[in-house]
Design a protein around this ligand. Structure first.
Ligand code: CS2
Ligand code: MG
Length: 410
């Protein structure tokens, strides 16, 4: 019987910071897992190196569920982003190994393909309408069939999620502009935002028609009452979803939103376990689960959440920004293809440097993503190349009210 021989942790920064776990068996089979926690990367490195890797050596890599439970229940300290990203990395690496040993892509082990490809959405943004329209056109030219729309707000400076001076055809990625010892500070005004956003969606529908699925991310900035009101105002523009309208950890708050609007809701990119969703799912307060494989205990953790959600007709909309590595993105795609209650997959596209370090097999054709049919996850990690991209601290921005500098959700 092959056993786990080594569990190594790599940190690299080919455009963004990534943490990768590589498990090797005594038969020489390797598996990769993504453990990237944006802005808090090294905490997961320490958790994995100090407290997880030593526990894995000598275990049977085939027993994915038992190892998951061993790390989850065995730690005593449950849940939390650091713990769940660490468990996710182990879980995904073991699925990769199982696929390679079986000679099958991971989605086959999850029950096979339920669809030919996963509908993807891209990020269009612009500080004003002309730049937003050109960004939407660029995405349509690239083949996207669903588009997230973010814009600047008059009177505010840089707003997270909006490219400032994006040249035509250039992809938007937040973090490369955000390196440094301290997080960047942005200013916020909720009333200005709420007045502005409906005018943007009216203009986009007028220009691009009603066929194109449109999404929008409110980044946790609203109260339930404000979110209900915005959702109601946006109803004529037929959004695919309104994302993170409130800080979702107060699950009961979504009752208020839900009772006011039929605009579909997506929540969960900062969640890490099924318990974060319990009320949201059982009371059908959301329409889409936004979690990432990388932050929710891996394929095993997220699959359980999705099976629970399926009972309540809630679908997936997995988190896929560029701070999830191509390993995490590939893992999401295998799940997307396999589960019945797939909804949509976020796809921001990694930089060229990232894709040199992580060689992927997934494809994007006609607006649909496919994980490919290579055994396992279908991603290879170039350790030598990765070593040349040194880690530098990079934080997400923080948000303060423009009026008086009070810290605000974003
Ligand atoms: C965003 C992300 O993709 C999204 O919907 O909310 O850009 C998110 O802010 C980052 O992934 C945080 O690490
Ligand atoms: Mg988001």
């Amino acid at each position: 019987m092959a056993v786990i021989e080594t569990a190594e942790v790599f940190v690299t920064s080919p455009g963004r910071n990534f943490v990768t776990l590589k498990i090797t068996t005594s038969d020489g089979v390797t598996g990769l897992g993504d453990a990237t926690l944006n802005g808090r990367e090294l905490s997961v490195v320490a958790y994995l190196k100090e407290h997880v890797a030593p526990l894995l050596i000598g275990r049977d890599p085939q027993n994915i569920e038992d190892i998951w439970q061993y790390l989850y229940r065995g730690a005593y300290w449950r849940r939390g982003p650091v713990t769940m990203a660490s468990i996710a990395a182990v879980d995904v690496a073991l699925w990769d190994i199982k696929g390679k040993v079986a000679g099958m892509p991971v989605f086959q082990l999850l029950g096979g393909a339920s669809r030919t490809g996963a509908l993807a959405y891209g990020h269009a943004s612009g500080s004003d309408l002309p730049s937003l329209f050109s960004s939407i056109r660029n995405h349509l030219d690239e083949g996207y069939r669903a588009i997230r729309v973010q814009t600047g707000v008059p009177g505010l400076g840089q707003v997270y999620g909006v490219a400032s001076d994006q040249a035509p055809g250039q992809r938007y990625d937040y973090e490369p502009a955000g390196r440094g010892a301290l997080p960047k500070e942005e200013a916020w005004d909720t009333r200005a935002y709420m007045r502005h956003i409906p005018t943007i969606f009216a203009a986009v529908r007028e220009e691009f028609g009603y066929e194109l699925p449109l999404l929008h991310d409110a980044h946790h900035r609203l109260t339930p009452n404000q979110a209900g009101s915005l959702g109601k105002t946006l109803e004529p523009y037929d959004l695919f979803w309104l994302e993170d309208c409130t800080p979702g950890e107060n699950q009961e708050g979504l009752r208020r939103v839900r009772s006011q609007t039929t605009t579909p809701l997506a929540i969960g990119e900062v969640f890490n376990s099924v318990f974060d969703y319990q009320t949201l799912i059982t009371e059908q307060l959301i329409d889409y689960v936004r979690s990432a494989v990388t932050h929710t205990g891996g394929i095993s953790g997220l699959k359980k959440i999705m099976d629970f959600a399926a009972v309540y007709q809630i679908k997936s909309g997995f988190h896929g920004p560029t701070d999830i590595s191509p390993v995490g993105q590939a893992a999401a795609l295998h799940l997307d293809i396999a589960i019945h209650n797939f909804g949509i997959q976020e796809y921001m596209q990694h930089s060229e440097d990232t894709l040199k370090v992580f060689k992927t097999n997934y494809t994007f054709e006609n607006g649909l993503l496919h994980p490919g049919t290579a055994p396992g996850l279908g991603v290879e990690y170039d350790e030598d190349l990765a070593a040349g991209f040194e880690y530098t601290t990079a934080y997400l921005p923080i948000n303060r009210l423009q009026l008086d500098g009070t810290m605000h959700d974003w």
